[in-house]
Design a protein around this ligand. Structure first.
Ligand code: HEM
Length: 465
């Protein structure tokens, strides 16, 4: 197969300009709340490790793949999810897999891993194709050339996938309400509060915390209803799903030694974790991919040609390995716009990372956003060039220089699921439609919990002949 990069003019995808020097205390606190991406300095894109004192204490930003491997794999027992994440997301997610630690994390990970084995993920293909048809039908009903917010529709379709796979009995609420509540929760709870950054006590009221309460109340109610419905079906013996699903796994979990199940709080937190972690992330990856294809028509043409061929051959459900161009485009989009833009940990004991001595309690920041745009790790780091991820080139990328899904034992449990889902949805969209950025569109990436385009992604929708 031939791959071509005939880039006519090099379009630089939007990103905040790196600062020349670090911000002072108050501007930094405000910028962190507005958009953490805007706080990185030139040095962060040039140096592989930066370590020093800051207003929040000792902080070490690690972009060196060797240091990243040490934190995420080799010395993983010395690093725990940092207390900022716990403070931001704890109110909804504290007892779920994403934030759990130690024995609680091991127990939950073991329990949920069987929902995401390659065999089970492959069995989700027909459901993902149904969701793709759902989106295509929805868009077929739109007027030719109409400008739509693809970010919103892609959020809907990824939630639709979760409903058909790991929540097969549905969410019992209008999906639009769910998306609204998830967006609200991340938008408010996910804004970094200066009081949290300064590690001030919890009893001081936070700006976003009060505003995220309605979203949390909505979830609590919805999730309790989902659990009650499933418990009733289990008691009545009417659960007939052939595929493993999240709720059954959570409700029937039993510790091999004690026979104890998960607590009600753990079950609730995991349902919210999977909705939160599993739909916004994938929706944002798809949104940025379609935007980048809209601004790079020569790559779009190649991806369209691949989609046309694949949908003829694979009963509509190509796997990522069967779609090298679509996969490369998606991975390059996640390099430039990693849905999870920062991974943070706190060091339990002192350690030495790439020659830098760090003390116990140091906040270690691994930012896929920085690592993926680092001048020492990538050529033309800010430009969109999917050929980096084509077979032959991809194998040469350092495993710890590209981490959209993290790495080590806490790597995203949904990685295979997300890649398969994204490739299937993209193939169907590319086969049927062409999306162009609306007039003058310059989307601004903002980091809340996920990396999203501020104000959505308006694009003009046209049918392909
Ligand atoms: C493009 C889509 C996705 C991206 C970029 C992504 C990214 C990530 C990253 C970077 C982590 C590690 C966080 C850390 O180490 O601090 C993570 C963890 C996690 N992800 Fe994903 N994710 C995606 C899709 C999904 C999906 C579809 C699901 C579930 C259906 C999911 C569920 C989770 C869970 C439960 C964890 C916590 C795992 C643990 O700590 O053991 N994610 N994800």
């Amino acid at each position: 197969m031939m791959f071509h990069d005939r880039t006519p003019a090099r379009h630089r995808p939007p990103a905040p300009e790196p600062l020349r020097k670090p911000l002072g205390t108050i501007p930094l606190l405000l910028a962190m709340r507005r958009n953490p991406l805007g706080t990185w300095t030139r040095a962060h894109y040039d140096e592989l490790i930066l370590h020093g004192q800051s207003i929040i204490g000792e902080i070490c930003v690690v972009s060196d793949p060797v240091g990243i491997r040490q934190v995420l794999v080799d010395n993983v027992a010395n690093y725990r999810k940092d207390d900022l994440q716990q403070r931001l997301l704890g109110p909804g997610l504290a007892d779920g897999l994403l934030l759990a630690e130690d024995e609680m994390w091991r127990r939950q990970r073991r329990l949920l891993a069987h929902l995401f084995t390659p065999r089970v993920v492959a069995a989700y293909k027909p459901a993902m194709v149904e969701s793709a048809h759902w989106l295509v039908d929805r868009w077929q009903r739109q007027r030719e050339g109409r400008v739509i917010d693809i970010a919103r529709d892609l959020s809907r379709v990824t939630l639709n996938v979760l409903e058909r796979t790991i929540f097969p009995e549905g969410l019992g609420r209008d999906p639009a309400e769910f998306i609204h509540a998830v967006t609200d929760y991340f938008e408010t709870a996910g804004r970094v509060d200066p009081l949290d950054l300064l590690r001030l006590p919890d009893w001081l009221p936070r700006l976003g915390r009060a505003r995220s309460k309605p979203a949390l109340d909505f979830f609590a109610e919805a999730v309790n209803a989902i659990i009650a419905k499933r418990r009733a079906s289990l008691d009545a013996g009417t659960v007939t799903t052939e595929r493993p699903d999240l709720l059954s796994a959570l409700l029937s979990a039993a510790d091999p030694e004690t026979g104890a199940g998960l607590s009600e709080r753990e079950i609730q937190a995991n349902i919210l974790t999977f909705i939160g972690a599993g739909h916004e992330t994938t929706a944002n990856a798809l949104t940025w991919t379609l935007y980048l294809l809209g601004t790079h028509p020569h790559w779009r043409a190649q991806a369209e040609a691949e989609a046309d061929g694949l949908l003829r051959q694979t009963s509509g459900a190509p796997s990522p390995e069967e779609a090298p161009i679509i996969r490369a485009v998606l991975e390059e989009a996640m390099r430039l716009y990693p849905p999870a833009a920062t991974l943070t940990r706190d060091a339990i004991e002192a350690d030495v990372i790439c020659g830098q001595r760090i003390r116990a309690g140091t906040r270690v920041v691994i930012s896929p956003w920085l690592v993926h745009r680092h001048h020492k790790l990538w050529t033309d780091a800010d430009l969109f060039d999917p050929s980096r991820f084509l077979p032959g080139a991809r194998e040469k990328i350092d495993r710890f220089a590209f981490l959209p899904f993290g790495g080590g034992p806490r790597i995203c449990i949904g990685m295979g699921f997300a890649m398969q889902e994204a490739v299937i949805l993209l193939a169907h969209v590319l086969k049927n439609f062409r999306l162009d950025p609306s007039e003058g569109l310059a989307p601004k990436p903002v980091q809340r919990v996920t990396l999203r385009p501020d104000g959505g992604m308006p694009m003009a929708l046209r049918r392909r002949q």
